[in-house]
Design a protein around this ligand. Sequence first.
Ligand code: BGC
Length: 414
Amino acid sequence: MRTFKKMTLAMSLLGALSLSAAEVEVLHWWTSGGEAESVGKLKNLLEKSGHTWKDFSVAGGNGVNAMTVLKSRVVSGNPPTAAQIKGPSIQEWAELGVLSNLTALAKKDNWDKKLPKQFADHMKYKGKYVAVPVNVHKINWMWVNPSIFKKAGASIPTTWKEFEIAAKKIKKAGFIPVAAGGQPWQEATVFETIVLGIGGPDFYRKALVELDYKSLNSPTMIKAFDTLRMVKSYTDKNAPGRDWNLATAMVYKGEAAMQFMGDWAKGEFKIAGKKVGIDYIAIDAPQTSGSYLYNIDSFVMFKQKDTDKKQAQEKLAELIVSDNFQVLFNTRKGSVPVTLGVSREKFDDIALRSMDTLNSAAYTKQLLPSMAHQMAITDAIKGAVVDVITNFYNTKMSSADAAKALVSAVKSEM
Ligand code: BGC
């Protein structure tokens, strides 16, 4: 008996040794209610696998603050083990030679088959996987409080013309038509949605992905700026500086009728216990039906000397692309799975509509990377473009001057 006990003890020690538990420090910016609950699922899974999660969260929507903190950590020679980075920044970081190569794991796990090619390409540098995708968010949504529309006798708009008619009625009835967060990235989010609606998918691609000067400074772009100005006139005076999740709360608390925001907003409605169809509705932002502005969250792993840490990084990446995590996370976060073939069973109607649009948009050339969410252009150019939008939004700059300024901004960063 005693020998048997000794043996099991020795075996469990061996097991613990081969597990090589390591601490994984993860930089992310998921700090709102819905975001924190979602990332908590990843933490649980990692810890169940024997590793330790060291949370390195930096508050601030869109990751603007997180990226600043990350740069200073890397410059001081102390990068986190993993960091939430996306779009062309992935290739920029890879070029510095600081990212772990995840290709061996990707081969073993068949990522090339698991991921749509367009999305897999975002994760690669010179053909090698250097990032792991978490989800797909759709940007061009409009979140609606249906009872405000009812009280105001307004119809839910599908065009910007209809929007103006509805917004007037809502304002007259004593409600705030649009819940806005006056932060540059939020203004840019609304703007790119407007550009897609006013110009259509080809124009969006030419202007905000390919940065074609003629499209940037064009009558269509001027019209998009005019529309942004019009939308702003239906926001409240306390918008400057407001966080996106507080704007979402204005919709479900019955203060504001609409919010233009990506589907991470759904995470907030859900965690507040709100019922879809009763307390809130999600429809495509005006004139954008059929198009899908996508935003993929992803993690990169910083190179490690320690083999235990390397193993832990691989474990984290493996968990992220697992079906189990894709369901646990995305049903909370508001996004949809980035991997193919995940069961649709646990997803709500909004997510199912997102998945269907994603599929059809891919075939109709309406699947477009979000500029405001770092998917389309380098961070430096994006910063310059967002500065123009914010300048326009917060001053009396004319739409024609803003369109011209877009070209100069892009040229200055080329
Ligand atoms: C990220 C989302 C996040 C949102 C607000 C976006 O850029 O992709 O995951 O929820 O910012 O912070």
